[in-house]
Design a protein around this ligand. Structure first.
Ligand SMILES: [Zn+2]
Ligand SMILES: [Zn+2]
Length: 346
């Protein structure tokens, strides 16, 4: 007879400055209706995890962090679309599906949102984050099956970075051959956006102050790079750095009919002046993207399946570290010049 519970371990976070503690738990082996129990193969430390541990992003304490990961389904509850053994990634949040915002097509802003890696710890139900051996997916979570050909280190960031970039490209409107695209910030999001836009046929210029990041941008398909503002104008600007000066550059470089997508500004910063006449006469669109809808996770996985070996995505991830060494993973992630991601293999 199979036991009703299985042993799991999770990294408990006790607030900024405190080390992680790995805690043992017995969790129910049979998920409830709409739930999926996943064994995590690999998780990556996202920039927002780092913001959280440094006290720059408020998050419930104690908690289980982590929302970029890939794993295998252990058991799937009634009404789910996956089977035991499936290799999967899942959305950063679970949505109710019927509130006003879900009905308006922005389930990522559901009024009853459960965010993985961002929930208060309930010791009876601790499996809500990626830095653990298992995660229990709640009803309303988007789940995508990932073929084995996509390496763990490439698949894990799909849940946050890659899907967010898919949402950014979606917000930019169709991007294709002949379009001039400016990407500001060549971190995980910027490099991914560069690859997606280049793959769509656009001519991509990447702006980043760090020479080694500009060199990486070329490997991800950038036609040109610059430090600061590029020469000429662009049809699409994707702001992924969060720097006010970069927002300014994007606004100033938009050609007539241009679209600016802001997605990097996820913490408070100085206001940036907008010239309304320039927006009006230029037929400009300025839009914000935060997280993503389920279709963007599907687009992210599709992109990685088709392009994981075309661009050096695997080189963006350091580690892996064991769950017991998660403090070292966070320390490495916070070092200047570090790879955009560090992996934890529980
Ligand atoms: Zn993230
Ligand atoms: Zn909702």
């Amino acid at each position: 007879m199979v036991a009703a519970t299985l042993p799991a371990r999770y990294a408990r976070w006790d607030g900024p400055g405190a080390p992680f503690r790995v805690v043992d738990a017995d969790v129910p082996r049979e998920p409830g209706p709409g739930e999926v129990l996943v064994a995590i193969d690999l998780a990556t430390v996202c920039g927002s995890d780092l913001h959280t541990t440094r006290g720059r992003r408020s998050s419930p304490v104690p908690g289980v962090l982590g929302h970029e990961q890939v794993g295998h389904v252990v058991a799937a509850g009634e009404g789910t679309t996956v089977d035991p053994g499936d290799r999967v990634v899942w959305s950063v949040a679970a949505s109710c599906g019927h509130c006003r915002r879900c009905a308006r097509g922005i389930p990522q802003k559901c009024t009853d949102l459960l965010k993985y890696g961002h929930q208060p710890l309930d010791p009876a139900h601790p499996l809500t984050g990626g830095f653990a051996t298992h995660c229990l997916l709640a009803p309303g979570t988007a789940v995508e099956v990932v073929p084995d050909a996509v390496p763990d280190v490439v698949a894990a960031p799909a849940s946050c970075a890659t899907a967010t970039v898919a949402a950014v490209l979606d917000a930019a409107g169709p991007v294709g051959p002949g379009d001039r695209v400016l990407v500001t910030g060549a971190g995980m999001l910027g490099l991914t956006a560069t690859a997606m836009a280049a793959r769509a046929g656009a001519e991509v210029v990447v702006s980043d102050p760090h020479p080694e990041r500009r060199a990486q941008a070329v490997a991800f398909g950038a036609a040109a790079t610059c430090d600061g503002a590029p020469g000429g104008v662009v049809d699409v600007a994707l702001e992924l750095s969060g720097a006010a000066a970069a927002v300014r550059t994007c606004l100033d470089r938009l050609d007539v009919g241009g679209t600016l997508v802001l997605a990097g500004s996820v913490s408070p910063g100085p206001a940036v002046e907008l010239d309304p006449e320039r927006v009006v006469r230029g037929l400009h669109t300025v839009t914000g993207v935060h997280n993503y809808a389920p279709r963007h996770l599907a687009a992210a996985v599709e992109f990685l399946v088709g392009n994981h070996d075309r661009y050096p995505f695997a080189s963006l991830v350091g580690g892996p570290y064991a769950l017991d060494d998660i403090d070292a993973a966070f320390a490495a992630a916070g070092r200047p010049g570090a790879a955009p991601r560090q992996a934890v293999r529980p």
